[in-house]
Design a protein. Structure first.
Length: 135
């Protein structure tokens, strides 16, 4: 099955005039990446702050955030947006969390049907202790 989007169909239907120079196709706008402006924080402190954020906002599953709270990644995103830590810090923290839980992904572990909020906090704190020991 061949699909042609509307802009390709319009370009194909519009004949190029000999007296008009060809107009180059518009390029996709580039979105500048935000600078890492997060406050310097250790991986262990970031994991503890993630647990604290979940305690404050509540915990949820299957979505980043809801009225009930935030998942682990949602809490990390909140911290980064508030200037606590960076994406690199979160990535290192998730590495420790995955090592502790034995899971393949943070969302997969967070969203397991039998998961409890107490297990989430325990895993985050054990991962923080692991990160501290790895320094």
């Amino acid at each position: 099955m061949l699909r042609i989007s509307w802009h390709l169909a319009v370009l194909a239907a519009t004949p190029a005039s000999a007296d008009k120079p060809a107009v180059p196709a518009p390029s996709a706008p580039t979105v500048p990446r935000p600078k890492e402006t997060g406050r310097s924080i250790t991986t262990a402190d970031f994991l503890e702050a993630t647990s604290d954020r979940i305690k404050t906002r509540g915990w949820t599953q299957f979505v980043m955030e809801s009225r009930r709270g935030v998942c682990i990644l949602g809490a990390e995103r909140d911290l980064i947006r508030s200037g606590t830590g960076t994406r690199a810090t979160a990535s290192q923290a998730n590495g420790h969390l995955l090592a502790v839980t034995g899971s393949r992904s943070v969302p997969g572990w967070n969203d397991r049907l039998t998961r409890t909020e107490a297990q989430v906090h325990q895993a985050l704190l054990v991962a923080a202790a692991r990160a501290r020991a790895a320094r």
